[in-house]
Design a protein around this ligand. Structure first.
Ligand code: FES
Length: 103
């Protein structure tokens, strides 16, 4: 687990891009729960920072594929899975484990 940001940097319903081990990770805060996903859509590589987050899903701004924030799966396009990463809060620290892709 690596500390990547402070909790106040990712406000409720907010997002923040961080760089971890050479890859861009998008942190998303949904009602106090922080999720970490790859900031690159598995469909055609669009950045996910401008994505819409709703009901536990993140929708790519380019073609609208919806991915679960929990496991990155896309029900409509199961061949596309957004990489997700374990998150732990330690005090004010947001920690992410990017040691292995969790899909
Ligand atoms: S690039 Fe994300 S849905 Fe096509």
């Amino acid at each position: 687990m690596e500390t990547v940001a402070k909790t106040h940097e990712v406000p409720n319903f907010g997002k923040k891009i961080v760089s971890v081990a050479g890859r861009e990770i998008l942190l998303v805060n949904v009602k106090g729960t922080i999720f970490a996903v790859e900031n690159e859509c598995p469909h055609q590589g669009s950045p996910m920072a401008a994505a819409i987050v709703r009901d536990g899903y993140i929708s790519c701004p380019r073609h609208g594929y919806r991915f679960s924030l929990v496991d990155g799966r896309c029900a409509e396009h199961p061949e596309c899975v957004l990489a997700t990463f374990p998150v732990r809060l330690s005090g004010d620290d947001i920690q992410v484990d990017c040691s292995g892709d969790v899909k």
